[in-house]
Design a protein around this ligand. Sequence first.
Ligand code: NAP
Length: 676
Amino acid sequence: MAIQDVRSFATGVWIDCNEAARTIHSAITGKTIARAGNDTLDVAGMLEYAKKVGGQNLRKMNFHARAKMLKAIAQSLTEHKKALYQISFSTGATQKDHLIDIDGGIGTLFAYSSMARREMPNSDIYLDGKVERLSRNGTFLGQHVCTALQGVAIHVNAFNFPVWGMLEKLAPAFLAGVPAIVKPATATCHVTELCVRIMLDSGLLPEGTLQLVSGDLGNMLDHLTPQDIVSFTGSAETALLLRSHPRILSNATRFIAEQDSLNASILGPDAALGTVEFDLFTKEVIREMTTKAGQKCTAIRRILVPEPQLEPMIERLKSGLSEVITGDPRLETTGMGALVSQSQKQDVLKKIRLLEKDTECILGDPETFTVEGKELQDGAFIPPILLYCNDPDSAKYVHSVEAFGPVSTIMAYRDIDHASTLLNNSKGSLVASVITNDADVAREVTMNSGAFHGRLYFNNRVSMKESTGHGSPLPHMIHGGPGRAGGGEEMGGIRGVMHYMQRTGIQGSPEILSQIGRKWVPGAYEITEQDHPFTRKFGSLKIGETLATGSRQISMADIEKFAYFTGDTFYAHMDEEAAKRNPFFPGRVAHGYLLLSFAAGLFVEPNEGPVLANTGLDNLRFMKPVQAGDKINVRLTVKHKTPRNEEYGEVRWHVNILNQGNELVAEYDLLTINAR
Ligand code: NAP
């Protein structure tokens, strides 16, 4: 079979390997299948090109345009995913593993696309938090804003997820408006190269936004600037080496690390043999140990069970793991494929030997294990290995050595405090799980151990049908963990985009803030138009346009009618003496909801027109009581507009309800859907 040259994509051209290239072997046959690397790559030129061409191109688009681009890329990858499945078998992955890496990666792009269009503005600036009132009269305000970093994202990725590992980092970087240079792990970079090729061939990415280094990164880090960001996934040793690079330290260049993690799962004290949770726990552990042959940063490495459940759980896991067929990942009957390479296998064997100093092996023997099939004899296969630790409190290696393969250690705990102590012994992990039907146990573990883990996953009979699995990082939830896990954080919805943006505190007048944020701020200019804003379509509404209504007097009859009509006969509206005894009211007051209803009556334009629906209210506050005899009027201002599709968009209106003394009695945002 011909040996593939895995190319790099630098400054807009594909670059071949040269003699510095490293070889890549099939995980399943051990044969050389490819090579990657070129030590003459112009790494400084790549950074410059990304900045000058890619960054500028991306920043010409706004958040929604970039989100639509992500969706289109995801669609293009979906069309080509069979080719990605095909090439991925050589990494030892099964079809089920492909669903996590390839479909999971594409799903992450789709998820980020829709989250961004829902939660980010159709603009190029992101407003973080509310307007801060910094002065008595409101003429000097503050607002935090986020704008894209003007450097390059360098993504150094691990071998285990050549597609997902790249896409979960590209989605937030591109959304922020930051171009990326991807450096996949060499062992599986042929898969990443194909994925990059599909994305570039789609023509959907603006020039300069994506480059690829197959093989070594050269001295790229020597050229970093304070506007760049390095996001690393891999071992703790490499993380330490890279994060202490002088250029990163002296420039305070952002560095995110996702590194090894001794994740654990606890069988709840309530989950005895015979309960649904006992069976569920068994399934989760077996799945986590064998998916990707245990080469998952979130895999369960430590299994914590209550003392009385130790024997039955060992029996159940041994029988379940023995049924998993390890072998050719291309076969449908195979439950677990190979490790990525012989060198990875040697590393896992070395780690098992260390772990055995604390434990005894109760299932699996990697030294004598063989798979069926002549061509697979040089593949990097090992069986599931279950270790038992009799004394987890004094164990030296069990809480600190990560065998990055299908290896896990079972141990017993006395009570939930003891379980939490063992959990935290790993000094920080990506995820810990508890399978329990006891919410008090969940609360106790959260308080004892939340500080040590990036994610806590609870599962039981209620959630099991829809739960996503201990080991699945989701685009909506953060992925990362403190301490040993690297101290990094990725994804977590729009939080992940913020890693690629600078947060800046803006201070100034309401008008300055409105103009910068493209969102009207109370106190800023108001535009008055002749015709009612409800008669005009989405596009012709101006930010700051304000309707001032006439006034309406509230009578006691109104209050009583509203009370009996709605059934809200709360004493503050009905009983003068009781209302007076309440520290907040001078006597009987109008219902807040009555004020809202009368406000709508004051500002709506009743005829059929471009306003299609009222979709809600945000930030509603009642500031001052209104009594019979008071008069209210409304100021309705266009605050913000967000196109939703070709046909309509969302308008956010700022509503002030004022009394006859021009005092604010209620304030809220009104959301409407308007025709375009
Ligand atoms: P690794 O040896 O640290 O490699 C990780 C990445 O760093 C690879 O792309 C590697 O490239 C690159 N690299 C290595 N030395 C470098 C250097 N001096 N300069 C620039 N780049 C360098 O880790 P691995 O063995 O591939 O991955 C397994 C580890 O990753 C496990 O410990 C696992 O826990 C961890 N992991 C963590 C997560 C997470 O999200 N927390 C996810 C997956 C894996 P080459 O391949 O070309 O050497």
